[in-house]
Write a protein that binds this ligand. Structure first.
Ligand code: ASP
Length: 481
């Protein structure tokens, strides 16, 4: 019998997880409230100066009692941990994978000028697609105007429900704001690579791998060979780990989706934000169409072929809301299923996961204008929208590839246009209720954008293979079982 394709297994896992979430929420015992945590809202915020020294306080977001239903408690105690295990496993292999594939890739290129070309092309295309994403977002929100005419009581209700969460986001954003203008650049250069591995600071790991790979090219081939061989086999072994971890994906997405469903408590608020959410989803959909057009025109591949082969990574991006956690799968799919050479994917994808977030920037554009339409219509000037293009570009570069990062950086976009400080918590509270589902969708666009750009760059360098042969977890199993 023909084996069910992985993406179908994952889709079945997701659908069952969603159904399970709804069923468990509707059960009688699910409605009783119990107190589970009292201190989990503590949050440490450390302000550092340009040199990375801690200059000011540790702030605490006040603790509050959190009440959750028995059903939610069941899911978070007995189901969600399986999702967490899966995400931990993916994170576990991300750093060694970037290291091995980038070092191996660079040493295979055998030509430093090619690395330069690849670097410039990648960054150039990343910036281009991000600007297009923001312009699409701004056009949609200005035409549809989802924020106009929102009733006062809805605004009040959201403020009441989510002001605490909004405050926490604002204090997180402060850490980034307080850093000097060149801090982002300084942060790329590690002083202790083991610390970079441990955090993990992806850009620092990428920098180290690039530097190391280039130096391997600069020493005599005979001397470099043992290390090149070492990283080659490390890369193979880690790719095998991805195959094995993916066997667990359908079960993990069940757990992740069930957990997402039980996190929604007030669906009436969700309905009020439908117009805004629809604008974001429509914009993200247009972005996917744009990528497919690029795939068709530039790489001459069928968009359906692309989607079929890449969809497991998209489904995982959707379930985990994190392009960093999805990175190992993105790399495996792009190299083994889409035919992009390691030299290209090893550089383009980790850089993209960290810097290129088209979905996030599109969302930031729409969210900023939506918030202005609701509570600060005076701010809706053409100049402010131009500023949004610039700051959303920078904010998406600065956003970490983890859940909700885009919303934290939205604070910076809003502050750049002079959004009144006192309205900030209300602004964020307004969009908080739908952030998680939108985060899931924008993360899909973020990883799809990275994969598309890696194919374009590979094509332009003659590094896109026509008929890739995917490896299976058990290719060598017969010989060792
Ligand atoms: N969750 C997104 C990602 O990991 C970032 C964001 O938009 O919040 O790509």
């Amino acid at each position: 019998m023909k084996k069910l394709a992985l993406h179908w297994k994952i889709i079945i896992g997701m659908v069952l997880g969603i159904l399970f979430g709804f069923i468990i929420m509707s059960m009688d015992w699910g409605k009783e409230k119990i107190v589970v945590k009292t201190i989990d809202a503590y949050e440490k915020v450390i302000h550092k100066n340009v040199n990375g020294q801690v200059v000011s306080t540790v702030e605490y977001v006040p603790a509050k009692e959190i009440k959750i239903t028995r059903a939610k408690s069941f899911v978070s105690r007995w189901i969600e941990p399986f999702g967490k295990i899966f995400i931990n496993l993916l994170k576990l292999i991300a750093v060694p994978l970037i290291l091995a594939s980038l070092i191996k890739g660079i040493s295979d290129l055998k030509d430093i000028s090619k690395i330069r070309t690849m670097g410039f092309r990648t960054i150039g295309i990343y910036i281009g697609t991000t600007v297009i994403a923001i312009v699409i977002g701004l056009s949609i929100v200005n035409i549809i105007k989802p924020g106009e005419g929102m009733p006062k009581e809805t605004i009040e209700k959201m403020k009441e429900a989510y002001q605490g969460n909004a405050d926490a986001m604002i204090s997180k954003a402060k850490v980034t704001q307080d850093a000097g203008p060149l801090q982002a650049l300084v942060d790329i250069f590690p002083s202790n690579i083991f610390q970079s591995f441990a955090e993990p600071a992806m850009l620092q790991v990428i920098f180290f791998a690039l530097f190391f790979g280039i130096c391997l090219l600069l020493i005599p081939e005979k001397k470099a060979k043992p290390l090149v061989d070492f990283f080659d086999s490390l890369n193979e072994a880690i790719m095998k780990m991805v195959d094995l971890i993916m066997l667990f994906a359908p079960y993990a997405v069940f757990a992740l989706m069930a957990n997402v469903i039980i996190a929604f408590d007030d669906t009436t608020i969700l309905v009020k934000l439908l117009g805004y959410a629809a604008c974001v989803v429509f914009g993200l959909f247009l972005m996917i169409c744009f990528y497919m057009l690029l795939i068709k025109i530039i790489t001459k591949k069928s968009p359906f072929w692309f989607l079929k082969r890449f969809s497991p990574a998209q489904l995982l991006a959707f379930s985990t809301s994190s392009s960093a956690a999805t990175l190992p799968v993105t790399m495996e799919r792009v190299e083994e299923h889409l035919g992009v050479d390691k030299e290209v994917s090893g550089f383009v994808l980790p850089v993209g996961a960290t810097l290129n977030m088209d979905g996030t920037s599109l969302y930031q554009g729409i969210a900023a204008v939506f918030i202005m339409q609701v509570i600060w219509p005076d701010g809706l000037t053409f100049t402010n929208q131009l500023v949004i293009v610039g700051t959303a570009l920078l904010a998406s570069i600065g956003s970490a590839a983890v859940p909700s990062a885009g919303m934290v950086m939205l604070v910076i976009v809003l502050e750049a246009i002079g959004f009144p400080e006192e309205l900030l918590p209300i602004g964020l509270a307004l969009i908080f209720a739908v952030d998680r589902p939108l985060d899931m969708c924008r993360t899909v666009v973020n990883v799809t954008g990275d994969a598309t750009v890696s194919m374009i760059v590979a094509k332009s360098l003659g590094k896109l293979h026509d008929d890739p042969k995917p490896k299976e977890w058990d290719d060598n199993y017969e010989n060792v079982k």
